[in-house]
Design a protein around this ligand. Structure first.
Ligand SMILES: [Zn+2]
Length: 214
């Protein structure tokens, strides 16, 4: 349970639990561009686990923590990655695609999507090429990502300036939206390790041996 806190009007990190983000939909194709000033800082990412929600992996190179040692479906940490994207609204005019508007949004995605993006980047660098994202539902949403021949947002100096400025705040907040940074105690609760009647797998075996095989 969250604790009740006291604070004054200077606090600015209060925001709704659900925030607006880019969300590809089944049957839709969106043209988007990944916004960045420098390709080396295009994305933010962190190793996470999933159990009812995404939470940050607590293990270090030296020490495996309970999030990786306990036996559950997602005990192998995986990256969650995010970036700021521009989603264009377009319509076809005389056979040509015309941009009618745009929205700048955070986009949080999995390792799988990241791999699809870097596959596009190989021949069509993402800082200078938009991509088209098509969603297809096959139990869960599968994305098909193909590069565009150019980037709309970065091809016009004024637009580029405006988009970069508008994306700053979104990019700053992506880190905390990737996953929740739980304490070890909270992770044990999340994994039901301390719940009555539950078994702590790590307590039954020699943890050193597990750590050595990981
Ligand atoms: Zn972990």
């Amino acid at each position: 349970m969250a604790a009740v806190e006291s604070f004054g009007p200077d606090r600015t990190d209060i925001e709704p639990r659900s925030f607006k983000k880019y969300a590809p939909k089944d049957g839709n194709t969106d043209r988007i561009g990944i916004i960045c000033e420098d390709r080396s800082t295009m994305f933010k990412g962190v190793l996470t686990h999933f159990k009812d929600r995404y939470f940050v992996c607590k293990s270090t190179k030296e020490k495996k923590e309970i999030c990786c040692l306990h036996t559950y479906e997602n005990n192998e940490p995986r990256y969650r990655v995010g970036g700021a994207v521009i989603q264009y609204s377009t319509k076809m005019v005389d056979g040509k695609e015309k941009v009618t508007g745009y929205e700048i949004l955070p986009w949080i995605f999995s390792e799988t999507v990241y791999k699809q993006l870097i596959a596009c980047d190989k021949d069509f660098p993402l800082e200078s090429h938009d991509v088209r994202v098509t969603g297809t539902k096959k139990g869960f949403l599968i994305l098909n990502i193909v590069p565009c021949p150019n980037s709309i947002w970065s091809s016009n100096t004024d637009l580029k300036k405006k988009v970069l400025a508008d994306a700053i705040k979104i990019r700053e907040n992506i880190g905390k939206r990737l996953a929740t940074d739980l304490s070890i105690t909270e992770i044990r609760e999340q994994l039901n390790i301390d719940a009555p009647g539950s078994q702590d797998a790590a307590a039954d075996v020699d943890v050193t041996d597990i750590a050595n095989t990981l």
